[in-house]
Write a protein that binds this ligand. Structure first.
Ligand SMILES: Cc1cc2nc3c(=O)[nH]c(=O)nc-3n(C[C@H](O)[C@H](O)[C@H](O)COP(=O)(O)O)c2cc1C
Length: 248
């Protein structure tokens, strides 16, 4: 097993960082990895905003409702970005409204997410810790305003990076027999039965965010998340539309 795989199999999200800056050359390497990431039809429809302004970090942390966002030595926001290519076409005399098509949105969104995960792998290979921040979408409109995102852009995900100041347990995952299928999708007759072991493992996992009590069973976590109705609360789709994308 090579070192990269060892690091990947040891992945855990880090939410507490040492008060230590990431050297410029290390950061530059992370950005080169983002640049080199595969990109849908070569269109390079993602961008990264490095948030260095401490007030802006605090504002974003407020949206995320997570203090560790403000404390992260490096905070990156990965943007699905069709604005640049829209402008490139416009400067050639073509007002291409197709920049707002949903299939293009998904291509750009995927580009942004792949770049983010590639940065995570690179960061972990250099003993840095990371945590994704989907919580920027608690209030996507506010994030768009804070980062002055133009039309045809959307904040896909945040990423906090720094030297780990905690060592969480590896968080359990369900058996891949439930997630890896051959040739066609496989349905199971009784999922609760299938995930019984995973439920038990999860109950024995202590999240450092609330170390005094173990997590709920996975099956109950699933229920909680689905009951939450986040779409209504967070207005993600509405905001995608406001950013110029055509939902219909
Ligand atoms: C799309 C995505 C969004 C996430 N958003 C957040 C977040 O907003 N805050 C946070 O603390 N962790 C976030 N995470 C981290 C997950 O909570 C974490 O990956 C998961 O609980 C598994 O734990 P592990 O990464 O330690 O294995 C996110 C992960 C992903 C993939």
């Amino acid at each position: 097993m090579n070192e990269m795989i060892k690091k990947q199999l040891n992945h855990r999200s880090i939410r507490q960082f040492k008060d230590k800056d990431i050297p410029d050359e290390v950061f530059d390497t992370l950005i080169k990895v983002a640049q080199r990431t595969a990109t849908s039809v070569g269109m390079q429809q993602s961008s990264i905003i490095k948030v260095t302004d401490s007030n802006l970090k605090k504002e974003i942390a407020r949206v995320c409702n997570q203090q560790y966002v403000a404390d992260a030595p490096v905070l990156l926001i990965f943007i699905a970005d069709l604005y640049r290519n829209y402008q490139i076409a416009l400067e050639q005399g073509h007002d291409m409204k197709s920049a707002g098509d949903m299939d293009k949105f998904f291509a750009a969104y995927t580009d942004a997410i792949l770049a983010a995960q590639n940065v995570v792998n690179a960061a972990e290979s250099m003993d840095l810790g990371t945590v994704f921040l989907g919580s920027i979408l608690n209030d996507p409109r506010q994030i768009c305003q804070l980062l002055e995102l133009p039309k045809y852009t959307f904040p896909a995900i945040g990423l906090a990076i720094g030297y780990p100041d905690q060592e969480p347990q590896l968080k359990p995952r369900m058996d891949m027999s439930l997630r890896l299928f051959e040739n066609k999708y496989k349905k199971f007759d009784n999922y609760l039965e299938e995930i019984k072991d995973h439920d038990r493992e999860m109950e024995a996992y202590y999240d450092l965010r609330s170390p005094d009590k173990p997590l709920k069973k996975f099956s109950l976590q699933v229920l909680d998340r689905l009951i939450e109705a986040p779409q209504e609360k967070r207005q993600v789709i509405k905001c995608i539309e406001e950013q110029g994308f055509h939902i219909e």
